[in-house]
Design a protein around this ligand. Sequence first.
Ligand SMILES: *Cc1c(COP(=O)(O)O)cnc(C)c1O
Length: 452
Amino acid sequence: MTTLRNLPSIEQLLQTETAAHLIARFGRPLTLDSLRQTLDDIRARFKRDPGVGLPSIDLILTQAESALAAWTAQTLHPVINATGVILHTNLGRAPLSAAAIHAMDVVSRGYSNLEFDLETGKRGSRLIHAESILQKLTGAESALVVNNCASAVLLTLSALANKKRVVIARSQLVEIGGGFRVPDVMKQSGAKLVEVGATNKVRLSDYQSALEESAALVMRAHRSNFKIVGFTEEPEFKSIVDASHKADVPVVDDLGSGALYDTAKYGFSHEPTVQESLQAGADVILFSGDKLLGGPQAGIIIGKKELLDKIKKHPLARAVRADKTCLAGLSATLTHYLKDEAEREIPIVKMMSLTLNQVRGRVEAWQNELRQGKIVEGQSTVGGGSLPDESIPTFLLELQVKSAEKFLRALRKNNPPIIARTENDRILLDPRTVLPEQEGALLVGIKNAIKA
Ligand SMILES: *Cc1c(COP(=O)(O)O)cnc(C)c1O
């Protein structure tokens, strides 16, 4: 009769060649852990139901290997974005340029002069690394890079408006996404919110009356992810700035997406640019590094030196500071703009600038390779809290499948996972957001999903 005594011991299992391989791959402590756990599971199952018998040594080792593989699997890994949403918030926003990746790679590998002045041999400042390039690019007096734009807003308001009044239009008290609400962040900073105007209409006189009492700041928050249409009114930003300056109150402009170029050039509507905000006279401008800029996750603060000095000195600045890889990747990304090569080098700008003919060429190549699918007209969007509802024409590969849901799941199970769109039980794949180097893997993945 089979009893638990027939179960091999850990020592016996360790003497096998397979166990030696597992130890080489996963290390001894974790391998031991998995063997123990596997034996415990088998014992428990056997006690519940002796009829199941005991597995062979090979089977025990296979079970342990599965546990080891699951424990050490990375949860964060690349996917293929065939949705046509260029800045997909859930898919990691902006893919980086080769130069940005290289810059991040080299500073990660070893030591760097992050806070070391090579001229004097003394302690330096990490703030200088992206600052000079941001100054050159935008003409701003001073600049600071932090963890993301949300922390840029929190830090700026904390440093400049704690316990003081901040005037903002009611129509701008928006939720940016993921529960990030401008009014909540303002309150968190200790600023006293002074809402002006109605949801759809705000006039210059609303700002002017609010400014009759002293205020620390006037703030504009860009409505990155929605539009107010119909019976609406909002003064020109320049006139808000002028009215604020007349009252001696500086203006903070939370631009969010931070375009350094005109998105209208690619067929989208115009998104306010950093340069326009500066020209209008904004004193401090905040924007993300990984939205329309196309760099690593970062929050960029530029503007008047006097105000930036206060922001840099605030204790929160240390808590939200950018790390060396971010500074390296961001500087490399900004250099593309300086050298006027953004369209060629920065993936998201390149995606936006693809012509319809180029997109069509890629879809045709996919269709030829797969010998399936129909080429249809569609729309690519920017996404990522930039340019609400904005889209540009594209060509899609449409696949007719039995169950769209099952097919999408099969695509997601691919290595790397493929994320596609569906509409009325048809699968739609947009080449605009598929990186050229992923095309081979994409086509293999689709073929396998079709077979399955
Ligand atoms: C996206 C956005 C933010 C937040 O930026 P993150 O980089 O995601 O932290 C803040 N303000 C505006 C207007 C935005 O569009």
